[in-house]
Write a protein that binds this ligand. Structure first.
Ligand SMILES: Nc1nc2c(ncn2[C@@H]2O[C@H](COP(=O)(O)OP(=O)(O)OP(=O)(O)O)[C@@H](O)[C@H]2O)c(=O)[nH]1
Ligand SMILES: [Mg+2]
Length: 142
């Protein structure tokens, strides 16, 4: 299993995805600090939202195989800048979350924005009903 780090805006679904990938009980818990769960590093959305904290993500990523940029398909907020993946010394993939409650247009737009941020592959998932999860798990275990 690849060692991964989850990055994305507040409430985009990082912790819920982390729980799903690690077979943990799905329960809401606001992430307060960078947390390591098995091969997964979960980060608080504030680290992306407050630019002064961004550097900490880059530093943490040195010990990681791949960074996951997460985008909530239903959110109007998109906080990754074009080409932001270049700020990380490791491969970056994109994960569009909450596809169970998004329209196909919202999902497509989130894919486009993650491409713009430089994600080299993009997966569309729901951590609630499991849609798209098999493909993501397959990639992470390659
Ligand atoms: N419908 C749906 N809801 C989701 C999904 N993923 C997460 N959520 C919900 O979105 C809310 C926020 O999820 P979190 O996983 O805590 O978000 P986060 O990115 O860890 O947020 P921070 O820790 O604040 O940065 C919770 O109420 C989740 O149940 C999903 O795939 N589908
Ligand atoms: Mg969280």
């Amino acid at each position: 299993m690849k060692k991964i780090m989850l990055i994305g805006h507040i409430a985009c679904g990082k912790t819920t995805l982390c729980q799903r990938l690690n077979g943990l009980k799905q329960e809401y818990k606001k992430t307060q600090t960078i947390e390591v769960i098995n091969h997964t590093i979960d980060t608080p959305g504030e680290y992306l939202e407050h630019r002064a904290l961004l550097r900490s993500l880059t530093v943490t990523s040195v010990d990681v195989d791949v960074a996951l940029f997460l985008q909530d398909a239903t959110s109007e907020r998109f906080l990754f800048s074009p080409g932001q993946s270049m700020a990380f010394p490791i491969p970056v993939i994109g994960v569009v979350t909450k596809t169970d409650i998004a329209t196909p247009e919202q999902t497509a737009q989130a894919v486009e924005l993650l491409e713009l941020a430089g994600a080299e592959r993009i997966f569309c998932v729901s951590s609630i009903n499991g849609d798209g999860m098999d493909e993501l798990i397959q990639y992470l275990s390659e």
